[in-house]
Design a protein around this ligand. Structure first.
Ligand SMILES: Cc1cc2nc3c(=O)[nH]c(=O)nc-3n(C[C@H](O)[C@H](O)[C@H](O)COP(=O)(O)O)c2cc1C
Length: 338
C-alpha cells in the first residue's frame, strides 16, 4: 500500500517537496536583541531538521525594526542579517528539505517596550486570546510605502540567503491580518472599506515580490477565518486566496485568525483547524497546508485521502521530539506476514 504522506509534491516550477509533512513556523526566541541568528538558533534548527519534514519553515522574522513583537525575535530587516540567515538556510537544505522563511510586520500586535512606534491600519486595539494590547496609531501613506518596501527587501534578502520560499504572515492577528480584517481596518482610503481594498496592502506586496524575485516561491499564511463576530469569514478568505493565487502565490497555509495561533476554546481534536483548510482546498488550484494538533499517521493519511489538505503541518508534536516525529510519521510501517 502506498502511503500518501511519502509522496513528493511539486509546488512551483523549481521546487518539489520530498514528502507531505511540514514544520510550521514557530518562534524560538533564540535571536540576539538585534534580531541576528545565534549559535542557539542554529542548534535549534539543526535539531528540528532531524524530523525529515519536506518543508522546514523558519519562524516569524520581522521585516523592519518597527515590525518586531518580541525582544529575541529573528530579523530579516537589514543586510547584517544575511550571514546568519545564509547559515540557517544552508543547514536546513542539507537534509534535502525545502527551506522557507516567514516574514512578519506585527503592526499593532506588540508592546511599547519592544516597539516605540506602534502602527496599524487604523487606531484600533487588535483583539487577542492571550494578551491585552493597546491601540496603535493609524498609518499614513508614507508608512504604507515603508512597510511594503520592508517586506520586498526582506524577501530579496531571504532569497539571497538561499531560502527557497518566503511566507508572508497574514494570520494570528499580525500586521497583514490587521489590514485584511474589517475589525482592525476601518480606513476610508483605497486600503480600507471593501474586501478588495483591505486586501490591497497584501496583494501589492505579493505583486512587487513577484516582480523583483520572480524565481522565489511565495506562500501566504492566512486565517481560515478571523474567529470573531463580524471578522473575516471563510467566504472572504476563499476570495482573498483566489486573488493571491492570481497574483502568483504558489501555496496557501491555513491557520487561525485574529485572536492568535493558540487553540480557540471551541476547537477540539486532532486537526482542529483542518476544516477551514478543507473549505479553501475545495476552491483553490494551488496546494493547501492544514494545521492544528496533528500527530498521527492515521489522521494524516485520512486528511490526504479525503483531500482536506495537500500538506500537513505538525508544530508542537515535532518541536517536542523531532526524532520521535520522524519514527512515528515518516518511517514506513513494516508489513507483518503470517
Ligand atoms: C512556541 C510556538 C511558537 C509559534 N510561533 C509561530 C510563528 O512564528 N509563526 C506562526 O505563523 N505560527 C507560530 N506558531 C503556531 C504554529 O505554527 C502552529 O500553527 C500551532 O502550533 C498549531 O499547530 P500544532 O497544534 O501542530 O502545534 C507557534 C506555535 C508555537 C507552539
Amino acid at each position: 500500500m502506498a502511503f500518501k504522506r511519502f509522496q513528493p509534491l511539486s509546488v512551483s516550477r523549481n521546487l518539489t517537496l520530498k514528502n507531505r509533512l511540514v514544520l510550521p513556523p514557530m518562534a524560538s526566541q533564540t535571536a540576539n536583541t538585534d534580531g541576528k541568528v545565534t549559535e542557539q538558533t542554529l542548534a535549534h534548527y539543526a535539531r528540528l531538521s532531524r524530523s525529515g519534514a519536506g518543508l522546514l519553515m523558519v519562524e516569524y522574522s520581522f521585516v523592519t525594526e518597527d515590525g518586531r513583537s518580541e525582544p529575541h525575535q529573528l530579523g530579516a530587516h537589514d543586510d547584517n542579517c544575511l550571514h546568519g540567515l545564509t547559515q540557517l538556510a544552508s543547514l536546513l537544505k542539507e537534509t534535502g528539505a525545502v527551506a522557507g522563511l516567514q516574514l512578519t510586520h506585527c503592526g499593532g500586535k506588540t508592546t511599547p517596550d519592544v516597539t516605540l512606534d506602534m502602527m496599524g491600519p487604523s487606531s484600533i486595539t487588535v483583539p487577542a486570546y492571550d494578551r491585552e494590547l493597546t491601540a496603535p496609531r493609524a498609518m499614513e501613506k508614507a508608512d504604507i510605502d515603508h512597510w511594503q518596501r520592508a517586506f520586498i527587501e526582506a524577501a530579496i534578502r531571504a532569497e539571497t540567503a538561499g531560502f527557497d520560499l518566503v511566507e508572508l504572515h497574514c494570520a494570528h492577528g499580525y500586521g497583514l491580518n490587521q489590514w485584511l480584517s474589517p475589525l482592525t481596518n476601518q480606513r476610508h482610503d483605497e486600503y480600507g472599506g471593501s474586501l478588495r481594498n483591505r486586501a490591497r496592502m497584501l496583494l501589492e506586496i505579493v505583486a512587487s515580490i513577484r516582480l523583483f524575485s520572480p524565481d522565489l516561491t511565495l506562500m501566504v499564511r492566512v486565517p481560515g477565518q478571523d474567529g470573531y463576530p463580524d471578522g473575516l469569514s471563510r467566504e472572504d478568505m476563499a476570495q482573498v486566496c483566489e486573488w493571491l493565487v492570481e497574483a502568483g502565490v504558489a501555496l496557501i497555509n491555513v491557520s487561525s485568525g485574529i485572536g492568535g495561533w493558540k487553540r480557540p476554546k471551541d476547537k477540539r481534536g486532532e486537526g482542529y483547524l483542518v476544516d477551514d483548510a478543507a473549505y479553501l482546498k475545495q476552491q483553490l488550484t494551488v496546494p493547501v497546508i492544514g494545521v492544528g494538533g496533528i500527530e498521527t499517521p492515521e489522521y494524516i493519511e485520512q486528511a490526504l485521502a479525503n483531500q482536506w489538505l495537500d500538506l500537513a503541518a505538525v508544530g508542537r508534536f515535532l518541536l517536542a521530539d523531532p526524532d520521535h516525529f520522524r519514527t512515528t510519521l515518516l518511517s514506513e510501517p513494516t508489513v507483518q506476514t503470517a
